[in-house]
Ligand binder design. Structure first.
Ligand code: CA
Length: 227
């Protein structure tokens, strides 16, 4: 299902440069987690950046036929291949690319593919994100900003979508197992759930997949009860 179109909300934040520090900047986000997409959508809405989103490499390439963003934010683990392929092709055109991942070990591969910076999950605050994007669009690399974790809370429904997808992936095709555990690990980091992250890391051990399935089901039950 395609994402609905996004745009900054100009009605509630005023229109001054201070209120919307990323006004006029367009971003492409390629990310398969609805939770992370929603969190970044809120940050862009608050800072005035225009955001287009794609869940797969194929969808991103289709968008890029007609869109020319100022910067691309590309997740490393995507359903139809590694984000590094797209990072390399966009970097070669001169577009600054920010890699994002729930796996801090992806930093080297992202840098080698041409990403100018790497954003680990969980996401930084709105102010940290704004600083980073301004630095990157103005040119040159940047370190990840100080991660004072007060990013806006994403929609619980987006988290539920991700957990349901995680449950299906973990129970599904063993050929997709690497992608499935990467998806869960990334989600666990984004929401700050170290027990779930550990279970995803050890899903390949004896009985590991079952433990992971149980934890995901437990998170879904808890979310259901809270909604
Ligand atoms: Ca991913």
């Amino acid at each position: 299902m395609p994402f609905p179109p996004d745009g900054p909300s100009l009605t509630d934040a005023g229109s001054s440069a201070a209120a919307l520090p990323l006004r006029g900047i367009s971003l492409l986000l390629v990310e398969d987690s609805r939770f992370t997409c929603d969190a970044l959508r809120l940050i862009c809405q608050r800072s005035g950046a225009r955001l287009k989103r794609a869940e797969t490499l194929a969808a991103a390439r289709a968008l890029l036929d007609s869109a020319h963003p100022d910067l691309a934010i590309i997740d490393l683990g995507l359903p139809d291949g590694p984000g590094t392929d797209l990072i390399a092709s966009l970097s070669a055109t001169g577009m600054p690319v920010l890699a994002i991942s729930g796996d801090p070990e992806g930093r080297t591969a992202a840098g080698e593919a041409g990403a100018v910076a790497f954003l680990d999950k969980p996401l930084p605050s709105v102010a940290g994100f704004v600083r980073l994007i301004r630095q990157l669009v103005a040119g040159g690399g940047a370190d990840v900003p100080g991660q004072d974790h007060d990013a806006p809370a994403a929609d619980p429904l987006a988290l539920r979508d991700d957990l349901e997808r995680a449950a299906a992936l973990v129970a599904g095709d063993p050929a997709q197992h690497g992608y499935a555990t990467g998806f869960v690990r990334s989600l666990a980091r984004a929401v700050g759930d170290p027990a779930l992250e550990r279970a995803a890391l050890h899903a390949g051990a004896d009985g590991g997949r079952l433990v992971l399935s149980h934890l995901i089901a437990e998170r879904l039950d808890r979310l259901q009860a809270a909604c």
